[in-house]
Design a protein around this ligand. Structure first.
Ligand code: ATP
Length: 291
């Protein structure tokens, strides 16, 4: 792997999955469905407090990687250590503990359609903390709904009564139900209009900063990558071929990376980020007129 921004110590030896500075350490991972090998000898380290964007062409195995990290898919080889726990070797007690320390927003939200948004958020609370009284549980759920930028009344609605953007936020509220340390987001802005997508990005960044989250974020959205990701991991050729900031990735001479970030969409995302930064700094038309 081309871990461009790794400190030297990290390059010399694989980061220790028990080191709190690295809440996710994937080492030499191979996954497959029958003969279909998805990942081969894939390694990746996520640093505490970062938003790591995960990109790659369709079908390169981003979702399968996420599912393997959270233990929904068993690897053929290699190890996954999350918050110091080896996912494959976890005892039942460790398994419960670790699952209560992450939140997941799956593609499409994966909300229970027969439950209200509030009840959806209550599901993990009920599962992990059955001793919490129903009234308090409902109150916690309403708080998470508001934290996700929805009006409190949304807690009483069913998923099919919400817009796509609101459903994503409802899924986020459920992912935040247990005050997680790690947040996994699988294409959170897919299908959203640009304004809703930008709002969701801002929310993700604000939550990361206020709650001290570490975020593993799969996306095809270049604006999201430019706006909120601290580093980006690139999946190709069955492994993570590079991890770094976007400028660091751009310095690499890899055809997919160049095409992705330097192609027309990549350049448009960059110039829109520059325009937004200029607007925030008061540069541009308004100033020119006033000058
Ligand atoms: N349950 C499954 N059974 C068999 N094959 C699967 C299963 N889940 C995923 N795959 C295959 O694994 C590969 C990687 O799928 P994955 O969904 O991880 O890709 P992705 O990079 O997330 O794609 P996209 O960007 O289109 O969402 C694909 O070829 C897919 O068909």
């Amino acid at each position: 792997m081309n871990d461009i921004s790794a400190p030297e110590a990290e390059l010399d030896s694989r980061p220790d999955g028990h080191d709190p500075a690295f809440p996710i350490v994937v080492d030499g991972l191979t996954t497959a469905f029958g003969d279909h090998v998805i990942h081969e000898d894939l390694s990746l380290t996520v640093r505490r407090g970062e938003i790591l964007g995960v990109v790659g062409g369709s079908g390169t195995g981003k979702s399968v990687l996420m599912r393997t990290i959270i233990g929904l898919q068993r690897p053929v080889a290699g190890s996954v250590t999350v918050l110091g726990t080896s996912i494959d070797a976890a005892t039942e007690e460790q398994d419960v503990d670790i699952r209560s320390r992450w939140g997941v927003l799956f593609q499409g939200g994966a909300l229970f359609s027969t439950l209200t948004v509030g009840e959806n958020v209550e599901v993990p609370i009920k599962e992990f903390y059955p001793e919490i009284a129903p009234a308090l549980r409902a109150e916690i759920a309403r708080f998470k709904v508001r934290l996700s930028g929805l009006p409190e009344e949304a807690a009483f609605k069913y998923p099919n009564e919400l817009s796509g953007g609101m459903r994503k936020r409802a899924g986020l509220a459920r992912a935040l139900a247990l005050d997680p340390e790690l947040l996994f987001l699988d294409e959170p802005t897919a299908g959203l209009d640009p304004i809703s997508a930008a709002a969701f990005d801002r929310l993700t960044r604000a939550l990361k900063e206020t709650l001290g989250l570490t975020v593993f974020l799969i996306t095809h959205d270049l604006d999201t990558l430019y706006e909120i990701c601290d580093r980006v991991a690139v999946l190709a050729e069955k492994r993570v071929i590079a991890v770094g900031t976007i400028p660091e990735l751009l310095a690499l001479d890899h055809p997919w990376i160049q095409e992705y970030f330097n192609g027309p969409r990549g350049r448009a995302a960059l110039s829109s980020k520059d325009r937004a930064a200029d607007a925030r700094a008061g540069v541009g038309r308004g100033d020119a007129i006033g000058a």
